[in-house]
Write a protein that binds this ligand. Sequence first.
Ligand code: MLT
Length: 240
Amino acid sequence: MDVLFLPDLRPTWDLEYDTAVVIDVLRATTTIVTALANGALEVVPVASLEEAMEFGKRGYLVCGERGGLKPPEFDLGNSPLDYTRDRVEGRKICITTSNGTKAILCALNFSKRVFLGSFLNLSTLAERLKNVEKIIIICAGNEKTVSFEDCLLAGAIVSKLVGADVSSNGPNESGKFFLSDSAMIVKYLWESVRFPNFHGVHAKKLRELGFSEDVEFAKSVDLYSVVPEFDGNKIVPTNR
Ligand code: MLT
């Protein structure tokens, strides 16, 4: 199991991973999990505001942020709390964010299967990963800097999958998971904290921007059981 603290770092192993898990706890993957849990049909991640507006012409809700804020011409920003059932059920969404959607788009470079993770879907995600051998967790980070909250969640996933029995870079009980150095780092980070305790730079910035409720909401462990998968075009819930 490998962890990239940022999408453009080099993976530990030069191989095609079985599954990549993209994490942007604050807030893109938390928001996308919420949108799908509340009945959105699909979420299309795009890199630019212009591309998002093009999807708007095709009936998509145009969503996302720059600098944490909703662009004026967009329907919704990047606050998970805005993605209520009455707003998103039965709707197709196009989203562009500063870091999260870029990480999702580049995850296909590492694996054909790309899942999205958040604290909201932690247990279901871990359950889905338990028989996967080569996993790479990709943290979106903030503008090319490492995110404490992303690393905490990466550690929670590694810890759930591996349990307490790995103290070195070796197989666990089942002989299945090998941990990269970065996977060990986040595992021990999580095990020293043990709950979503958000006090990183981006959490602080979001609170200053008035998004304290989003930060609190993103801590809701196992609120939903949806596991989003990106197929290269769109993100939809997956059952396998
Ligand atoms: C991102 O993708 O950069 C984040 O989700 C930013 C934000 O908190 O809106």
